[in-house]
Design a binder for this molecule. Structure first.
Ligand code: HEM
Ligand code: HEM
Length: 224
């Protein structure tokens, strides 16, 4: 594997090693929080706070691994010299990336309602802006990733309201059930993408294949 391939594997590896184990804990604590509140099951009183605390890390982590994937895709599509738009575009995109990360950190920390809304908007806008670049291959894995990111940002921004207001709690449950299915889908489409993306030294050979006929040159020659 070249260093380029290692960059490509960072996003899936972090998703598998960090995001999905965290998701398991967050979902279990969420279920316990609901059981405790609605069905009066005797779980420790901290399950709600633990859910919310771990979920903050989950939401932050999802945004970061998505930004990582987008950065790798954009930065490695062409060699540095052939980067579309040159230094000016590279600098602008780096600024957008930096602004998005700063806004995520601010959203993570601040308590004021209007600021939370503003920072959630900026962070979501940054992800969509980077995702809209021509280098990004916008297939189902991309759209699922963007949708789950926005749902995580919604819950992160509304964490105070979810605690206090039953209507927000209901909206949070609906959004999170949808997010849970999307996480499942991301695991499947992401693994499929890993299977389809060749190592960097194999790319020229794979590019010669006909994707509609599902045939590669050498194999096509051998057929009767
Ligand atoms: C897939 C991920 C998630 C799932 C499945 C989920 C699900 C749930 C459920 C079922 C509840 C209990 C609702 C009730 O009591 O009726 C809950 C509560 C809550 N969730 Fe989430 N949630 C997720 C992610 C998040 C995120 C990203 C945040 C934001 C940081 C968050 C913040 C909260 C808060 C503050 C509560 C109230 C806790 C309490 O009552 O003490 N959740 N969630
Ligand atoms: C937490 C759930 C995940 C989210 C939100 C997510 C989101 C994204 C996004 C937005 C992209 C960039 C667009 C694209 O190239 O399609 C991407 C790329 C990619 N994802 Fe995921 N993904 C997740 C989990 C996974 C998993 C579990 C795998 C594989 C095991 C995976 C494999 C890939 C691959 C191979 C790419 C191409 C770019 C790269 O490797 O850096 N993803 N993902």
């Amino acid at each position: 594997m070249t260093s380029l391939d290692w960059f490509w594997i960072l996003h899936p590896a972090l998703a598998v090693v960090l995001i999905y184990p965290l998701l398991g804990m967050v979902v279990r604590l969420a279920w316990q929080t609901r059981q405790r509140r609605v069905f009066k099951v005797k779980h420790p009183p901290v399950v709600g706070r633990d859910h919310s605390e771990l979920a903050r890390w989950l939401a932050g982590g999802v945004v970061l691994i998505v930004l990582l994937a987008l950065s790798v895709v954009i930065a490695t599509k062409a060699s540095i010299g052939q980067f579309e738009g040159g230094v000016a575009r590279a600098a602008l995109l780096s600024l957008v990336l930096l602004g998005t990360v700063v806004s995520l950190v601010a959203l993570w920390r601040c308590r004021d309602q209007r600021l939370r809304l503003a920072f959630a908007g900026i962070t979501g806008g940054g992800v969509l802006g980077l995702g809209a670049q021509q280098e990004v291959w916008r297939q189902d894995h991309y759209w699922g990733g963007v949708a789950v990111t926005l749902l995580m940002l919604l819950s992160l921004a509304a964490r105070q309201e979810i605690l206090r207001d039953l209507r927000w709690r209901r909206l949070h449950i609906t959004a999170s059930v949808l997010a849970a299915f999307l996480f499942l889908a991301q695991g499947i489409t992401g693994s499929r993408d890993l299977l389809e993306i060749p190592l960097s030294w194999q790319k020229p050979a794979i590019a010669a294949c006909d994707f509609n006929l599902q045939q590669c040159p050498e194999l096509a020659l051998k057929q009767p």
